[in-house]
Design a protein around this ligand. Structure first.
Ligand SMILES: C[S@@+](CC[C@H](N)C(=O)[O-])C[C@H]1O[C@@H](n2cnc3c(N)ncnc32)[C@H](O)[C@@H]1O
Length: 217
């Protein structure tokens, strides 16, 4: 009985991993997380204060596949295109190379500056791609016959009402990831997080006109 309980406990104490985190490591992790949060806030938050909380949409760049899906769903179309919440301009750049005259509306001034300098750097003329720092909820979209939006599920219904009021009958709307709740889709492309939906405004209008109204008793 050499290995008495005291010896075993002594050995255990020698190899047992200490549960106390190293103070320098903890401080570094905290500093890193604070820094990351600061960078995220810098890109996601400016311009947001004036937007009602239920309509706030943070910045999240669309994937390459999502952007390709948008372009597929715009095939055969021409004219003016509005990207609602244009971020760093990636959808606008893709659509302008497909021949559209694009305007990106973006509330975050840092992202607008980023998109504008990218346009300057890559030599994309303003006749093809323009970026404006503007709240799209306060923008009249009636001169656009193509609209793209990668926003959030909670705003799609309100956005649908706005678009139905303003867009011309021949307009096409592309929604990334989050579909319009009551609109009949023309088609969709991709799957999962990259799924993208297209709608023709004339079809949506006639569909909604034909839905029988329920009369309250
Ligand atoms: C999910 S991100 C999509 C960014 C970009 N369209 C893309 O696909 O990479 C949504 C963008 O909408 C912008 N945004 C949110 N509300 C806005 C508003 N009312 N007016 C203009 N831009 C807005 C955000 O700042 C953010 O950049």
């Amino acid at each position: 009985m050499e290995d008495s309980i005291d010896v075993i406990l002594q050995d255990y104490g020698r190899v047992r991993p200490t549960s106390r985190a190293h103070p320098v490591l903890t401080a570094c992790t905290a500093a890193l997380l604070t820094g990351l949060y600061g960078v995220w806030r810098l890109f996601a938050v400016p311009g947001f204060r004036k937007i009602p909380w239920n309509l706030k949409v943070p910045y999240l760049p669309s994937s390459k596949v999502q952007t390709l899906n948008i372009i597929q769903l715009l095939e055969g179309r021409t004219g003016r295109l509005a990207d609602l919440g244009s971020g760093d301009g990636r959808v606008v750049f893709a659509a302008s190379s497909a021949g559209f005259q694009c305007t990106g509306f973006e509330i975050n001034s840092i992202l607008v500056a980023c998109a504008k300098s990218k346009a300057l750097w890559t030599g994309v003329p303003s006749s093809q791609a323009t970026f404006v720092k503007k709240d799209f909820w306060k923008t009249d979209l009636s001169t656009y016959n193509n609209v793209t939006a990668f926003l959030a599920p909670g705003v799609m219904e309100v956005l649908g009402e706005k678009l139905l009021k303003e867009l011309p009958d021949d307009a096409r709307v592309i929604a990334c990831r989050f579909p319009f709740p009551d609109w009949p889709q023309k088609s969709s492309f991709g799957s999962g997080l990259d799924q993208t939906f297209s709608y023709d405004i004339s079809t949506v209008r006639s569909h909604l006109r034909n839905i029988p109204k329920t009369v309250p008793h």
